[in-house]
Design a protein around this ligand. Sequence first.
Ligand SMILES: *[C@@H]1O[C@H](CO)[C@@H](O)[C@H](O)[C@H]1NC(C)=O
Ligand SMILES: *[C@@H]1O[C@H](CO)[C@@H](O)[C@H](O)[C@H]1NC(C)=O
Ligand SMILES: *[C@@H]1O[C@H](CO)[C@@H](O)[C@H](O)[C@H]1NC(C)=O
Ligand SMILES: *[C@@H]1O[C@H](CO)[C@@H](O)[C@H](O)[C@H]1NC(C)=O
Ligand SMILES: *[C@@H]1O[C@H](CO)[C@@H](O)[C@H](O)[C@H]1NC(C)=O
Ligand SMILES: *[C@@H]1O[C@H](CO)[C@@H](O)[C@H](O)[C@H]1NC(C)=O
Length: 383
Amino acid sequence: MKFFVPALLVAAAISHHSIACTTDDDCNLNGWTASDCGQLDLRPATRYTGYNRTAEGISSWGAKIIHDPFDSKTFHLFMAEFVNGCGLNYWSPYSRVIRSTSSTGPEGPYHFDGEVVGTFAHNPTVVYSEADQLYILIHIGCPVTVVPEGCSSTAPFSCGPGNTYAGDSGISAWSSTDLRNWTSHGQVMPGNANGTWDSDTTNPSPFPLWSANDHTDQMLMAYRGCIWNCANGLEHIGIAVASNFTGPYTRAHGQPIITENTEDPFLWRDKRGNFHMLVHSLDSGDGLGHGPNVGYHAYARNWDGEWTYNNNTLAYSTYVSFTDGTATNYSRRERPQLFFSEDGNQTPLFIANGVQEVDSPQSYTIVQPIGDGAKEYIKSLGF
Ligand SMILES: *[C@@H]1O[C@H](CO)[C@@H](O)[C@H](O)[C@H]1NC(C)=O
Ligand SMILES: *[C@@H]1O[C@H](CO)[C@@H](O)[C@H](O)[C@H]1NC(C)=O
Ligand SMILES: *[C@@H]1O[C@H](CO)[C@@H](O)[C@H](O)[C@H]1NC(C)=O
Ligand SMILES: *[C@@H]1O[C@H](CO)[C@@H](O)[C@H](O)[C@H]1NC(C)=O
Ligand SMILES: *[C@@H]1O[C@H](CO)[C@@H](O)[C@H](O)[C@H]1NC(C)=O
Ligand SMILES: *[C@@H]1O[C@H](CO)[C@@H](O)[C@H](O)[C@H]1NC(C)=O
């Protein structure tokens, strides 16, 4: 296991030291902190924000913050929540997609407001498509309407090609104008044929290519692929593209764009047109219950060109400091999803992650502010 000193991260976050990059590539096509700009400038989170129902025995995993289009003081969090009080180990088939809301700002706390997709539905994310004037909800899973009592491993089930035991392959889409009433478009990106590196296709991260200069309907989909049933345990990242959000999505590269053992991509384009991803690393000493080296950044000038995976600088670790002066080293911190500024600069302002504390079967969702912009944004809304 690698040794890592979170104090370095804290020092970097506090000093906001100036950045000495000479070219864009020196700087991860980015403007964050650390000498290569590859580290998120995380600020202390506030305890009991995000979505944390572990005191009630309810676990959640991975969330996307969306600002309500009609009410500037309402924020929504779309996430996976497990029924029957099951913990993270029983995500399949006990996961469903829910919506919660906050009237106290983007950090929350968020409160349950309804189920969006029943069991088995997992890995939700929501993006706004300007081309369609619709919110698009993307997730994995397929109906398992009657789940076993309690929390137990179920009989093997499949949601299509790629995985025959846990429904862990195949991506579905829904759309909505108001974030509350959703219309299904069915499965839009099934798993791939046996024998490919990405037979098992999951962890969707859609990104609409529409811009003010190019009113395209095209949609990207970053995803995690592995061989059939993930038989070798290795996970990699790919990107697919479709003429519109309903698919079909065509895998853009024959090989993974990130060959390190990674999952949970979160894809976006910055204001200059460069593409970025945050991913969850599974390398030894990282990822699954070992930490702390979980969050990495990758970037590309063109989504279908060459991607650079920055394995030198951690974008974020399992260490989270809180405004009350305490800190937690989480056992797991996965599913990075960003909330961006609404001023056209696409500045990351908040990160949401699924987290699990050491020796706990439960999991919840944290929201952590990024940079000075987070506080300014909250203030600008009148909170
Ligand atoms: C989440 O809730 C649990 C149970 O109340 C509590 O122990 C923990 O500190 C909370 N975590 C955060 C980050 O608020
Ligand atoms: C939900 O949306 C559909 C499709 O736009 C629409 O036909 C239906 O009337 C809406 N239902 C409610 C309750 O708003
Ligand atoms: C997929 O291919 C592997 C390796 O050839 C084989 O062992 C496995 O049975 C195949 N699975 C299916 C469902 O075809
Ligand atoms: C999306 O693309 C598909 C395939 O090209 C096409 O059949 C469908 O009509 C399109 N849907 C929308 C909403 O544009
Ligand atoms: C980073 O990746 C390069 C190229 O894949 C590899 O040679 C190097 O050992 C990696 N460094 C670390 C610290 O993992
Ligand atoms: C987090 O882990 C680091 C490295 O092991 C340790 O120095 C630090 O005290 C830990 N902090 C907390 C709050 O547990």
